[in-house]
Design a protein around this ligand. Structure first.
Ligand code: UDP
Ligand code: MG
Length: 316
């Protein structure tokens, strides 16, 4: 019998877990020709999430629980899940029921047909603010123009991945992770299905604009070095203009003398160039910071326990 793992990262999700379990339970019983595993990754929750998970596991031993040593963020929680799942394929899902478990039933036939990555694309972004829609649109178009890999639009982490994809993803152990880009980067045979994303069933979102901007920078800097190229090009263009302007000023002074003026234009130029320089330094810094973090070769995360048993920290 083939085994399907459902991977669910959970951070402070006490309000929604039993609802989630009920929906997943129905699905697992319906598709009883597969063996099931539900892998919860408790990402350092500060509420009762872990206790609720253990209570669920007491009822149903198909539930497995990885308890991380602190909050690492969803991207790293997913990596921990990849390390622990044992299924022939893995479905990644949010805990808050925004990704309807029932859709898994539609994903499985494609997987059986030989697709390795069946991803769910949102039909619309209803219920999101105009600004959020616009900014995400810009982000995707920047990413698409600067990276060579094609990152799927309006698609989250909700997808079914074959074992071969999971084994590939387990080998990518970067600290600053943009998993959505990795799904594209690893390649494999992909299939798109469309769905309507529901609002969060209960509890609060952990996202805010600051996190979103960080993830966007993460996405760009971990997949392309184009920003460095752009600052080189801008620098060259400005230098070229400055050089031409200098020749012009020189000739004008020689031919017509120098009627001192142009204080405002001087100030504007200094401010402008100062801005460009700081921006380029920032871009450079982003990449150096990544080199710094990665060269430390720290383990990406530590798990406290797996199904209640202590984890050997030398595992990775
Ligand atoms: N999550 C996590 N660690 C975090 C933040 C979020 O594991 O530090 C999980 C969270 O429990 C949920 C999923 O990531 O299962 C998506 O989070 P959320 O619903 O808050 O994000 P949104 O859907 O609003 O983008
Ligand atoms: Mg959500």
């Amino acid at each position: 019998m083939k085994k399907i793992s459902i991977l669910i990262p959970a951070y402070n999700e006490e309000a929604v877990l039993t609802l989630l379990y009920d929906r997943v339970f129905i699905l697992m019983n319906k598709l009883s020709n597969y063996e099931w595993e539900v892998m919860f990754v408790n990402d350092g929750s500060k509420d009762n999430t872990l206790a609720i998970l253990y209570a669920l596991r007491n009822k149903d031993n198909r539930i497995n629980i990885v308890d991380l040593s602190r909050n690492y963020g969803k991207e790293i929680a997913m990596l921990a899940g990849f390390d622990y799942v044992s299924g022939d394929c893995v479905v990644i899902m949010d805990a808050d029921l925004q990704d309807p478990p029932e859709l898994i039933e539609q994903m499985i036939p494609y997987w059986e047909d030989g697709y390795d990555d069946v991803y769910a694309k949102r039909r619309s972004r209803e219920g999101e603010s105009f600004i959020k829609k616009k900014t995400s649109q810009w982000f995707y178009s920047i990413l698409k123009k600067t990276t060579k890999i094609n990152i799927q639009k309006n698609t989250g982490d909700f997808r079914l991945l074959d074992r071969s994809c999971i084994d590939a993803l387990c080998q990518i152990r970067e600290q600053s992770r943009y998993t959505k880009g990795m799904f594209s980067w690893i390649g494999f045979k992909k299939k798109e299905i469309i769905f309507d994303r529901s609002p969060r069933a209960a509890g609060k979102t952990k996202w805010n604009y600051f996190k979103l901007i960080s993830l966007a920078i993460e996405g760009i800097t971990s997949f392309t070095t184009k920003p460095l190229r752009i600052s080189t090009i801008i620098g060259s263009i400005i230098s070229l203009f400055a050089f031409i302007y200098m020749i012009y000023m020189l000739l004008r002074t020689i031919l017509y003398g120098n009627p001192v003026a142009g204080y405002p234009s001087l100030l504007v130029m200094i401010l402008f160039l100062g801005g460009v320089q700081l921006l380029s330094l920032g871009v450079l810094g982003e990449y150096i910071a990544r080199i710094f973090v990665e060269t430390k070769h720290r383990p990406t995360y530590f798990a406290r326990s797996f199904n209640g048993e202590k984890v050997n920290q030398n595992r990775h």
